[in-house]
Design a protein around this ligand. Structure first.
Ligand code: TUI
Length: 308
C-alpha cells in the first residue's frame, strides 16, 4: 500500500501518528518514524523552547522524516511557526485553525505543509494557499473536532482537491486503514491506537482507561464555546457538559478545564483529568510497540484488500 504520500515524504508506510497535545513527544514520534511511518511532535499549548527541545531530541533518535504539529489556538503558534524554519523541520501539520499566513515562509524553507481540515471549503482554501496534502479529520477523532464523519468527509475532500488526502478519525486497525483507501485516501492518521504504544509516555491509568473503554465511552465537551473537544466520559466531562447545559460562563468552564490535560497525562487523574481519545478507543486492547502496531495494521489491510 504505497501512495503519493510515501514519495512526497520519503516514508515507508502511509501512516501518520496523530499529534496529541502533551502526549506526542520525541519518544513517540521517533518510534513511529523508525517504524516507517510519520512521527509527529505535538506542540499543543507548550512553550516554543519545549517544542524546540523535542525537535532536537527527535533528530538524535532518528534520521527518518518526522513532523511538527502546530496547534493554531496556542499563544505560541506564531513563534513555533518560525522555530520550525530555524530548526530545519521538513514537515509541518497544523490543527484547530488555518495556517495560510505562514505558508509562504514555510515554502521558502522547503517545508512540506499538511493542514488538518474538517470541511471541503477549508481543504480547498489550504490547497489554493499551497498545502502539499491535507489530513481530512472526521468527528470520530479525539480532541478538537469538526462536524462531519470520516466516512462522509474523506471522499468529498478527495473529489475537491488534487493533492493527497490522509484520512483521520476512527481508524485503529487494518479494517479502518483499508476502508480509508477505498474512500480515496492515500494515507491514514492514527492517534488513539498510539496512546497505548510502549513508547507513549502517558500515565499508566490513561492507557488502562483506553484499554477498558466501551463504544459509547467518549463525549464531546465545549460545543457551547465553539471549541468542541472529544474526551473520555468521567467526572470532569459530566460536570462540564452539565455546566454547558446550564449556560455557565466561560470563566466557570475554564476553572474546570484549566490544567485538565496534564492532570490526565502526567498525574493519571481519571476523574478530573481531560482524557482525550477517539470513538475507536474500544478497539484498542493492548500495549504494543509502534512497530508492531504499524506492521499489524498494514498486514491486516493487505490481507483484506487481497481477498476482494
Ligand atoms: O487540532 C486538532 N485536535 C486537537 S488540538 C488539541 S489541543 C487544544 N487545546 C485547547 C483547546 C482546544 C484544543 C486537541 N485536539 N485536530 C485538527 C482539527 N483541526 N480538527 C478541526 C480542525 C480545524 C477546525 C477549524 C481546522 C481548521 C479550522 O478552520 C476554521 C477557520 O475558519 O479557521
Amino acid at each position: 500500500m504505497k501512495s503519493r504520500i510515501c514519495e512526497l515524504l520519503d516514508i515507508e508506510y502511509p501512516i501518520f501518528q496523530g499529534a496529541m497535545a502533551r502526549i506526542s513527544d520525541s519518544s513517540l514520534a521517533s518510534a513511529v518514524s523508525m517504524a516507517g511511518g510519520l512521527g509527529i511532535i505535538a506542540s499543543g499549548t507548550a512553550p516554543t523552547d519545549y517544542v524546540r527541545e523535542e525537535v532536537r531530541k527527535t533528530k538524535e533518535l532518528t534520521d527518518k522524516p518526522f513532523a511538527v504539529n502546530i496547534m493554531l489556538l496556542s499563544p505560541y503558534s506564531e513563534e513555533i511557526a518560525h522555530m520550525v524554519c530555524e530548526e530545519g523541520v521538513k514537515v509541518v501539520t497544523t490543527g484547530a485553525g488555518t495556517p495560510s499566513r505562514y505558508i509562504p515562509m514555510w515554502k521558502e524553507h522547503g517545508i512540506r505543509i499538511i493542514p488538518v481540515v474538517p470541511s471541503v471549503a477549508i481543504a480547498k482554501k489550504m490547497v489554493r494557499g499551497g498545502a502539499d496534502a491535507v489530513v481530512a479529520e472526521g468527528t470520530e477523532a479525539g480532541g478538537h473536532i469538526g462536524e462531519l464523519t470520516t466516512m462522509a468527509l474523506v471522499p468529498q475532500i478527495v473529489d475537491a482537491v488534487d493533492v493527497p488526502v490522509i484520512a483521520a478519525g476512527g481508524i485503529a486497525d487494518g479494517r479502518g486503514l483499508a476502508a480509508a483507501f477505498m474512500l480515496g485516501a492515500e494515507g491514514v492518521q492514527v492517534g488513539t491506537r498510539f496512546l497505548t504504544a510502549t513508547e507513549c509516555n502517558i500515565h499508566p491509568n490513561y492507557k488502562q482507561k483506553i484499554i477498558n473503554a466501551k463504544d459509547i465511552d467518549t463525549i464531546v465537551t465545549g460545543r457551547s464555546t465553539g471549541h468542541p473537544v472529544r474526551i473520555m466520559k468521567n467526572k470532569l466531562a459530566r460536570e462540564y457538559v452539565k455546566l454547558e447545559a446550564n449556560k455557565a460562563s466561560l470563566e466557570e468552564l475554564e476553572k474546570l478545564g484549566v490544567g485538565a490535560l496534564a492532570r490526565a497525562v502526567v498525574d493519571g487523574d481519571m476523574d478530573y483529568g481531560s482524557v482525550m481519545a477517539g470513538q475507536i478507543a474500544a478497539l484498542v486492547k493492548k500495549e504494543q510497540s509502534c512497530k508492531e502496531i504499524i506492521e499489524e495494521m498494514f498486514a491486516e489491510a493487505d490481507k483484506l484488500l487481497a481477498s476482494f
